[in-house]
Design a protein around this ligand. Structure first.
Ligand code: T1G
Length: 693
């Protein structure tokens, strides 16, 4: 397929890119652009319009080419050919013009956009930096400080902001070809205007130092942001051509970093997880019923409303229904304040697409119901028996349970094929992760409906089989237990949190526990006590805290103390003596831990449980587990997720660690046969991703 064509049309010629799905700058597109510029040069046309077919102007370099040997023509050379043209080339933009796409536009002599277009240089989010002139042309167009902010944040800018900044010349209504043609007519008698020929703007060193500090703080262990900033500044001290070479060298250095490999892995992992089963048509899901107006029900309702769906929320009485409605309205008011939602749209949504009821009969014609009531099997089974009675045939019946057996819930109905699990993460209108729990009887078109709902909601959908905790919470339980055992053996919760945040997590397990509430873990341990294997060690200190009413932030004390003096929590001097007392009761002689050992144990537990989940086919592939940990549990994105990290760290090292730990506690450290097999054969988790990009 021809991905770039040149269309002569009298005094204005058209360079048209058509490389679905996002006009990425593959080798063929780069070659096609170079050929099209040559054809324009030879043509009688006075001005050319460069635009794209499909949903967006060029959205960047072709990420699937990264890590492979680079193929000519290289992008900087193609952009140089565009900018060097003796006749003006107008870039007409639409969609999301990102990375190399914006760099191509910066090489053109004018840049106009269709209303609604977004632009950006997101390379740092991939562990890279602009590598085709972005760090040298953008500062010449908008000044150093603004260019530095755009490049190191990697954020997307709306067209109006981009015009105000000087990145774009104009925004207009219409389609790209039309908007570009109108602009081209203004250039019929003008000479090309080249950004590379503009003088280097002065650099305010004070502002720059402030930005350097901000970038260092924000980057938190990442290398791309600081490197991009320094490469830009250094390049600007050189003539343009030298600056370009300097940029390219820095770009290629970053291309070789493990952070870049991890971030590209994460990019594809989150896109490879939730695909609709081939050839299966999803059922309708325009009208959604939600059972339960608590925190989860409210968040799910807001997410469904934001996706354009019609929502009926059921609560047990009018007061509870009104409270839920008020809370959802407030969430949408927040979206209006943040500029994410127009007031009129907010009012229309809450008036026409949202309602509450206290009688299940209100659900008689909905297409899909999401139950979000108390996490108790009997309560949920009662709800599903009622749904089975009132919902129309073919309605999808979903539970938001975070760990209960979806098969048992399905068996409470006469239509188990219509039952599925949709495990949202709180707050459900913010967190993108959605675990789709496939029960034994779940029909394929019900599964397809769940994936289609997730896509409409902008969720990252990951399929999971039925087990306690599904994928994320089951793995969380494993690495949380490893942390608790380190405490029993001598470490402090504060050291564990420091070691884990030092690895890159935003919070450690004890900070997370205090936030979620220590009563949750306590209730789980109580629930399991009767069937617990006697070899399993119990974090008695955690029970002591809960039994003392120290439940974390919500009671002002948990593992940390929370008060006006330290709203984010400070260590509690009473904690370590209490833990020491527990160790004495258990006859444990405490020992020192290094942060590295804590991290190794934490990660070994995470990887080992992940391998078990893969072996039991609860998760479909390792990159799905990465997507879950990245989007639901704060795993540092520049490490790619536990599976990608484990491959880089070395499966043989992890297996050796587990075998060492098992000498002291064989029950806790039972090595996954899959992990052992991979390590023994030099395999990697990546080998199990089914060839996905
Ligand atoms: N390269 C290859 N494939 C890409 C791609 C890219 N840049 N962007 C998207 N895709 C694929 C994606 O994998 C998916 O494939 C499909 O397109 C739809 O994507 C030189 C070096 C553009 C905002 O970082 O942010 O330029 O799963 O599901 O939600 O300095 O894709 O269908 O097979 O995300 O509508 C800079 C990355 C690269 C943009 C669209 N560019 N992409 O979002 O669709 S580095 C980026 C996005 C660079 C230069 C440097 C989003 C999107 P499949 P999607 P979407």
């Amino acid at each position: 397929m021809t991905v770039v064509t040149y269309e002569p049309a009298g005094e204005i010629g058209y360079i048209i890119v058509n490389n679905p799905p996002v006009n990425a700058l593959s080798a063929a597109v780069r070659k096609g652009l170079a050929d099209a510029v040559a054809a324009f040069t030879a043509d009688a046309a006075q001005v050319a319009v460069l635009y794209c077919e499909g949903r967006t102007f060029i959205a960047g370099a072709d990420i699937s080419e990264f890590g492979k040997p680079p193929v000519e023509p290289f992008l900087p050379d193609v952009i140089d050919a565009i900018e060097s043209s003796a006749k003006p080339i107008v870039a007409a933009l639409h969609g999301t013009v990102l990375g190399g796409g914006l760099e191509v536009a910066l090489g053109a002599h004018a840049r106009v956009a269709v209303a609604g277009t977004k632009v950006g240089l997101p390379e740092v989010t991939l562990g890279l930096m602009p590598g085709a002139g972005g760090t040298q042309r953008l500062p010449r167009a908008i000044g150093v400080e603004k260019a530095a902010e755009v490049i190191t944040s990697g954020r997307q800018l709306g067209a109006d902001e981009a015009v105000a900044m000087g990145i774009l010349d104009a925004v207009a209504d219409g389609d790209a070809r039309g908007v570009g043609t109108a602009e081209a007519r203004q250039w019929l008698t003008r000479a090309p205007r080249r950004l590379s020929e503009l003088p280097v703007p002065t650099i305010d060193t004070a502002a720059l130092d402030a930005l350097r500090a901000k970038v260092r703080n924000a980057a938190r262990g990442q290398v791309a942001q600081p490197r991009a900033l320094e490469a830009m500044i250094e390049g600007l001290t050189m003539p343009f051509a030298e600056g370009m070479k300097h940029e390219r060298k820095a770009f290629m250095d970053l291309m070789r970093t493990p952070e870049r490999a991890a971030l590209i892995h994460a990019f594809f992992a989150e896109r490879a997880s939730g695909t609709v089963p081939a050839g299966v048509t999803p059922r309708k899901f325009d009208r959604v019923g939600i059972i339960g107006g608590g925190t989860m029900g409210q968040g799910i309702a807001a997410s469904a409303l934001n996706a354009g769906l019609d929502v009926t929320l059921i609560e047990r009485d009018q007061a509870a229904a009104d409270k839920a409605a008020a809370a959802i309205g407030k969430m949408q008011d927040g979206a209006v304040k943040r500029g994410k939602l127009a007031q009129a749209d907010r009012d229309a949504m809450m008036t026409h697409r949202f309602r509450t009821a206290t009688d299940y009969a209100a659900l008689s014609d909905v297409d899909l119901v999401i139950e979000a009531v108390f996490e108790n099997m009997e309560v949920k089974q009662d709800v599903f028996r009622e749904l089975d009675r009132v919902c129309r045939p073919g309605a999808v019946l979903a539970t938001n349970t975070s760990y209960l057996d979806v098969n048992q819930i399905a068996q409470a109905t006469s239509r188990p094929a219509d039952v599925i699990g949709l495990h949202f993460f709180s707050p459900a209108n913010v967190m993108r992760l959605l675990e789709i729990i496939i029960a034994d009887a779940t029909a394929q078109d019900v599964l397809a409906t769940a994936f289609a709902l997730a896509k409409k909601m902008g969720k990252i959908a990951v399929p999971s089989g039925v087990c306690e905790g599904f994928i994320g919470n089951r793995i969380l339980s494993a690495y949380r237990t490893a942390a608790d055992y380190a405490i029993l053996d001598g470490a402090s919760p504060y050291q564990v949190d420091r070691a884990v945040t030092g690895f890159g997590f935003p919070m450690g397990p004890y900070q997370v526990g205090d936030l979620a509430g220590l009563d949750i873990g306590y209730a789980t341990r109580q629930r399991k006590a009767a069937t617990r294997d006697p070899r399993e060690r119990v974090p008695v200190f955690a029970d002591r805290l809960a039994e003392a009413g120290r439940l974390g932030r919500k009671t002002g004390r948990g593992d940390y103390i929370y008060d006006d003096q330290s709203p984010k929590g400070r260590p509690d001097p009473e904690l370590e003596p209490m833990v020491a007392e527990v160790r004495a009761e258990l006859g444990v002689t405490p020992r020192e831990f290094t942060d590295d050992e804590i991290r190794d144990r934490y990660m070994a537990a995470m990887v080992n449980e992940s391998a078990r989940i893969l072996d039991e086919q609860i998760a479909a592939k390792p990159s799905d587990i990465d997507a879950v940990l990245l989007h639901g549990y704060g795993f540092p994105r520049h490490k790619g997720g536990p599976m990608h990290w484990a491959d880089a760290y070395g499966l043989d090292r992890i297996v050796a660690n587990i075998r060492e730990y098992a000498k002291a506690d064989a029950y806790a450290w039972q090595l996954s046969p899959l992990l052992e097999r991979l390590a023994d054969t030099g395999g990697k988790f990546a080998d199990l991703n089914g060839g996905k990009k």
